[in-house]
Design a binder for this molecule. Structure first.
Ligand SMILES: *[C@@H]1O[C@H](CO)[C@@H](O)[C@H](O)[C@H]1NC(C)=O
Ligand SMILES: *[C@@H]1O[C@H](CO)[C@@H](O)[C@H](O)[C@H]1NC(C)=O
Ligand SMILES: *[C@@H]1O[C@H](CO)[C@@H](O)[C@H](O)[C@H]1NC(C)=O
Ligand SMILES: *[C@@H]1O[C@H](CO)[C@@H](O)[C@H](O)[C@H]1NC(C)=O
Ligand SMILES: [Cu+2]
Length: 177
């Protein structure tokens, strides 16, 4: 995980001078002003995908936690509950990032280290920062849940809508810049 993270950071450093779209999200524990880290996003051009890199801490050690873009703005008091459902502009079932059927906001899980920190290093070909208007996530919240996203196909509970990822423990608005 750490290796992938460093690799993606290098890619972002290399493309830094080109004219893609940069965004970031400052993440906070739900309903508090407790800052836990920044996640950076970059989209180079249409159909390129989005690279996301960052580090967050103060999470439950060794947990694997659901990670999504949700559909409603959270305002400035970091009220994760206000974030609505998963960002799902095509109104389809929940899935894993690699599934052909998934919510646009389905980003899978993040893995927390023993010290409560988690590196985020991924490339996603479905979310957009602006090149695809329907799939643009600017102004929406990135959400970290307290439980593991089951991927949507277990048939149990809310698997096909939320992945049974449990309560929202941290969130942050994705902003340009
Ligand atoms: C947080 O958002 C939820 C859902 O919109 C709302 O019911 C609740 O009152 C909000 N809480 C605060 C502290 O703003
Ligand atoms: C979304 O899809 C469900 C069926 O999967 C349907 O019941 C619902 O009306 C649809 N909502 C919209 C806004 O199209
Ligand atoms: C999700 O599964 C439930 C039953 O477990 C079913 O009633 C519902 O239609 C499914 N929704 C979607 C969007 O597939
Ligand atoms: C998160 O999950 C852990 C482990 O299941 C549990 O002990 C804790 O109470 C949960 N926290 C919240 C906010 O749901
Ligand atoms: Cu979520």
């Amino acid at each position: 995980m750490k290796f992938i993270f460093i690799f993606l950071v290098l890619i972002v450093a290399v493309v830094r001078e080109s004219d893609g779209i940069h965004a970031h999200a400052e993440m906070y524990l739900a309903g508090t002003n407790d800052f836990i880290g920044t996640i950076n996003l970059y989209e180079e051009k249409e159909a390129w995908g989005v690279i996301m890199t960052g580090f967050v801490n103060r999470l439950r050690p060794l947990a694997v936690l659901g990670f999504h873009v949700h559909s409603e703005p959270i305002g400035n008091n970091h009220n994760c509950t206000a974030g609505g459902v998963h960002f799902n502009p095509y109104n389809v079932s929940h899935g894993m990032p690699s599934d052909s059927v998934r919510h646009v906001g389905d980003l899978g899980n993040i893995e927390v280290n023993a010290d409560g920190g988690a590196y985020i290093g991924l490339r996603d070909n479905v979310i957009s920062l602006g090149f695809d208007k329907t799939r643009t996530v600017i102004g929406l919240p990135l959400m970290i849940h307290n439980l593991t996203d089951d991927g949507g196909h277990t048939g149990k509970g809310e698997s096909n809508t939320t992945g049974n990822a449990g309560p929202r423990i941290a969130c942050g608005t994705i902003l340009i810049g």
